[in-house]
Design a protein around this ligand. Structure first.
Ligand SMILES: Cc1cc2nc3c(=O)[nH]c(=O)nc-3n(C[C@H](O)[C@H](O)[C@H](O)COP(=O)(O)OP(=O)(O)OC[C@H]3O[C@@H](n4cnc5c(N)ncnc54)[C@H](O)[C@@H]3O)c2cc1C
Length: 345
């Protein structure tokens, strides 16, 4: 049982992945339940009062709405860090001897966790997949070396920050809580030191990888732009987001913002279609364990088949044109996938 650790979940405005956001809340509620002497505060940043949707398991968490109009213009990590710092000091959230500050997974959460840890003189555990409390020790588990190893980190620091993507989160158990249960944090002081931000419209008009429920992805085996044009047609016909492996990005066939893997984006679709991708740990580190993988590869020994739920051994040059034609010929209809009944570790 923990001795008074204060668990504080920070929810930035506009989640990068809604599913991951909800997974974090559900996991934090479960951690709180396992440690009744701990306290749980959930701090949501919103651009205006009343914009928050509070959801929790049980009613033991305190929900805080932290409204700042500056969020309507920009949500840059340094500005969010300043807002969070302000919210923590205004409501005495910094009074606990020991605090575990959690952020949703994803690049924004990771940057915020590192900035906050530096700012509050604490430690950052990075991208955790499991967290536990034993007494005043925070125990985090996280993958390293592209998912080949799991390490366990133990911290006694007064402030411990982490992002948390729970391996199994029961976000469906979340229930809406009434507005009256939400406490306001008055943000009176100016939000932050100002940063000039220039918004540049991306030329990439494809659906975003973040939060996509279907991802079509190509690797070195696509052998050029021609293959990626076919993948883009297939993605467009089913409303999927397009991604690629590191070699495909290096070759310039797919923009760097669409790289999936250890040094790229982390995706958590319900279906991941991997074409001409061998399935290295560095690539698979970016594909959530709950995704169903369907692979097309001409090598029957390709490691991707070991993690794929379905696979086709063949040459994409033969299969993809037929698939694109078939998909484009059908009436546009949303792709309906059955709920995933499988979990991989
Ligand atoms: C620190 C570090 C970080 C890394 N980060 C990432 C990362 O974020 N993302 C990432 O992807 N990689 C990353 N890598 C690189 C990683 O190690 C692999 O090199 C990379 O994932 C391999 O990509 P691939 O599967 O596209 O290519 P390959 O491994 O070369 O596989 C190509 C596949 O295409 C198949 N193929 C070839 N022709 C055809 C055809 N005509 N039809 C069907 N199949 C065909 C082949 O059988 C083969 O299986 C990282 C490496 C390091 C060291």
């Amino acid at each position: 049982m923990s001795a008074g650790v204060r668990i504080i979940v920070i929810l930035p405005f506009a989640p990068e992945e809604r599913q991951a956001h909800d997974g974090l809340i559900a996991a934090a509620c479960a951690l709180h339940k396992e440690n009744p002497s701990a306290e749980l505060d959930i701090v949501q940043l919103v651009p205006m009062s009343g914009a928050m949707e509070a959801r929790a398991v049980g009613d033991t968490a305190r929900w805080w709405e932290c409204a700042s109009p500056s969020l309507a213009d920009t949500a840059e990590p340094p500005m969010i860090t300043a807002l969070v710092r302000q919210a923590l000091s205004l409501q005495g959230l910094s009074e606990a001897k020991q605090r575990l500050i959690l952020m949703p997974p994803g690049p924004q959460g990771e940057e915020l966790a590192a900035l906050l840890a530096a700012d509050l003189d604490g430690c950052s555990l990075g991208r955790c997949t499991a967290l536990a409390l034993t007494g005043t020790t925070v125990i985090g588990r996280r993958p390293v070396f592209g998912g080949r190893l799991m390490i366990e980190l133990r911290s006694h620091a007064a402030v411990c920050c982490a992002t948390w993507r729970p391996a199994s989160a029961h976000a469906s158990a979340l229930q809406a809580i009434p507005d009256s249960a939400v406490r306001q944090i008055p943000m009176t002081a100016p939000a932050a030191e100002s940063h000039e931000v220039e918004l540049v419209q991306s030329a990439d008009a494809q659906p975003r990888l973040e939060g996509a429920s279907f991802v079509v992805s190509g690797g070195r085996g696509m052998d050029g732009l021609e293959g990626f044009e076919l993948l883009a047609r297939i993605a467009a016909s089913v409303g999927a987001a397009l991604g690629g492996s590191l070699p495909a990005v290096d070759a310039g066939w797919v923009p760097v913002a669409r790289q999936i893997g250890q040094s790229g984006k982390f995706v958590a679709p319900r279906l991941y279609f991997a074409v001409g991708i061998s399935g290295t740990p560095q690539h698979l580190a970016g594909v959530s364990g709950s995704a169903r993988i369907v692979a097309l590869n001409r090598d029957p020994e390709a490691p991707i088949f070991a993690v794929a739920e379905a696979g086709v051994v063949g040459d994409w040059r033969v299969i993809l044109p037929l698939l694109a034609q078939r998909l484009e010929a059908r009436q546009p209809a949303p792709l309906i996938l059955p709920a995933s009944g499988r979990e991989r570790d």
